[in-house]
Design a protein around this ligand. Structure first.
Ligand code: GTP
Ligand code: MG
Length: 142
């Protein structure tokens, strides 16, 4: 079985959508293996988004992601990395497909960075790295 790192971003927590997002993950059949509500400091976010360093949206992204509590989750199930990204929808919430988390629940608010409610790891390598970053105490196995 596979694991992925999901974040309910600060917009999702502020809008009271933690339950709705976890409901969709569980309804799909995946299992919540770990959960942690926290406000991320810039240090963890610098590591989390190191692939985006230097891009124009990097600073607004880090500011937004540290703007309030977020919910970090480890989600488990066969092909969950691909499956959660499919549940989440595409990055731009304006055009994300209806039926997806971003397509149903997010939109463009005219802000410098897309507030698109959730993050999901994009590969097995990212998942392993991100789970170790957000949940440093848990056993990395499987
Ligand atoms: P994550 O699951 O958060 O990693 O989203 P993603 O994999 O769909 O997108 P990506 O990793 O490419 O970008 C990370 C985040 O940066 C996105 O979720 C957006 O919030 C923001 N972002 C990415 N690309 C753009 C862009 O072209 N313009 C703006 N304004 N924001 C962007
Ligand atoms: Mg990404």
């Amino acid at each position: 079985t596979e694991r992925t790192l999901v974040l309910v971003k600060p917009d999702g927590v502020r809008r009271g959508l933690i339950g709705e997002i976890i409901r969709r993950i569980e309804a799909k059949g995946y299992r919540i293996a770990e959960a942690h509500l926290r406000t991320a400091d810039r240090d963890v976010l610098t590591h989390h988004y190191e692939e985006h360093k230097g891009k124009p949206f990097y600073e607004p992204l880090v500011s937004f992601m540290s703007s309030g509590p977020l919910m970090a989750l480890v989600v488990e199930g066969n092909r969950v990395i691909e499956g959660f990204r499919s549940l989440a929808g595409t990055t731009d919430p304006t055009t994300a497909a209806p039926g997806t988390i971003r397509g149903d629940l997010a939109r463009d608010w005219g802000l410098p960075v897309a507030q698109n409610l959730v993050h999901g790891s994009d590969s097995p390598q990212s998942a392993q790295r991100e789970i170790a970053l957000w949940f440093p105490h848990i056993h990395q196995g499987h």
